[in-house]
Design a protein around this ligand. Structure first.
Ligand SMILES: NC(=O)c1ccc[n+]([C@@H]2O[C@H](COP(=O)([O-])OP(=O)(O)OC[C@H]3O[C@@H](n4cnc5c(N)ncnc54)[C@H](O)[C@@H]3O)[C@@H](O)[C@H]2O)c1
Length: 349
């Protein structure tokens, strides 16, 4: 199936189907008819996967970038754009990001800035990439001061979400993606009971449709797009605390799952929703096999401090919360309420 991201002249499709990567050639013919050369940006471990058989039908070369998050550095960006320049990639040519969110964020920013912008196509190979990172135009790299601090909004010409490439994904990376899927499922008001019969491709489609709709209405995150941060206030704080202990301790989606369970409890404590909403959140997370307890290792003071300094906060405590009229971004949440809710949540309630 195809989901359109409706951004006027920059409208593009996200194709979700087994074998979607084989559409690369036709996608380039349709959207970059002047292209003669194609840079496939990926990491060495991904280039060695059995599914790495991309064929653009043009002169193509592989530009290797570091593995995982280490691709998202200014140094890796510099090397990548030098490689594109050395290969004489021109304005009409195309960069294809083939990888998880780390690779597509880097490839996207390189495409946005090299020659002030060349064509970009994303072939996301993680679940996080397929439901989130490769769609919506946020590209960039990390700085020493923090994640994603250098970047640009730059939309691709198309996105190819191929379920076949997910076959080689580790369980942990799959779970991380399911955290974002759970977020979308809950934001869409879908029920836990329907998860029993749904195929992975449909789960991806529900998530992509939501993101496409929110991005089309709010490309630069002034309003509705912020709802995609559901569960992320606590998740980002947990990631910050966990990262300082061990970079491998926590995957983003694992943190989002806990953040979603907490957001439902906080909404209940603020009398915005009843117990049934908390129960439904728990049921969705359980059905997707996601852990939703806040481990004892997190210190509440540290989490509150991190939440206040989140990039998206304004020194207040702000959460996307369920409410009688649906989900909304709520700022200035009373610290005492958050503290009490966190203490009870940590205690397993
Ligand atoms: N731009 C956005 O809107 C957006 C949204 C969400 C996340 N992100 C970014 O995405 C990054 C996280 O992305 P991620 O979770 O995809 O992680 P990742 O890109 O770091 O990939 C995780 C690991 O999976 C491996 N991998 C990728 N595809 C595989 C496959 N098919 N088979 C086997 N192994 C595979 C990678 O090599 C890597 O080791 C973060 O940097 C985050 O900031 C961006």
């Amino acid at each position: 199936m195809k989901v359109g991201v409706d951004l006027g002249e920059r409208r593009y499709d996200v194709v979700i189907e087994a074998g979607a990567r084989r559409r690369l050639k036709t996608l380039i013919e349709a959207h970059a008819p002047g292209a003669k050369s194609v840079a496939l940006v990926t990491s060495a471990s991904l280039a060695a996967q059995p599914w790495f058989d991309l064929d653009s039908g043009l002169d193509q070369f592989v530009a290797l970038v570091p593995e995982g998050e280490s691709a998202k550095t200014v140094g890796a960006l510099g090397e990548l754009v030098e490689t594109l320049a050395a290969a004489r990639l021109s304005r009409d040519d195309v960069v294809v990001g083939v990888g998880g969110g780390a690779v597509t964020d880097l490839a996207g920013f390189a495409a946005a800035s090299y020659l002030r912008g060349v064509g970009l196509i994303n072939v996301p190979t993680t679940l996080v990439g397929q439901v989130d990172a490769a769609i919506g135009g946020k590209t960039g790299v990390n700085l020493a001061a923090g994640k994603n601090l250098l970047g640009a909004f730059y939309q691709p010409l198309g996105v190819l979400c191929d379920a076949e490439v997910l076959a080689t994904l580790s369980d942990r990376e799959r779970r991380s993606g399911l955290g974002e899927v759970a977020k979308c499922w809950l934001l869409e008001g879908r029920r836990a009971e329907d998860l029993a019969t749904v195929a992975l491709e449909s789960l991806i489609a529900v998530s992509v449709e939501l993101k496409a709709r929110l991005v089309a209405g709010d490309e630069r995150e002034g309003g509705a797009r912020a709802l995609l941060n559901y569960g992320h206030t606590l998740a980002h704080a947990m990631e910050k605390v966990a990262l300082a202990r061990d970079p491998d301790e926590l995957r983003h989606g694992e943190a989002v799952a806990v953040g979603l369970a907490f957001a439902a409890r906080l909404a209940r404590d603020l009398a915005r929703v009843g117990d049934e909403v908390v129960d439904e959140h728990d049921a969705v997370l359980d059905a997707l096999g996601l852990a939703r307890r806040l481990s004892d290792s997190y210190d509440i003071d540290e989490l509150i401090e991190a939440m206040r300094h989140d990039k998206k906060a304004r020194h207040d405590l702000r959460f996307v919360l369920a409410g009688p009229g649906g989900f909304s971004l709520v700022g200035d949440v009373d610290e005492t309420v958050v503290r009490t809710a966190l203490a009870r949540f940590k205690g397993g309630q």
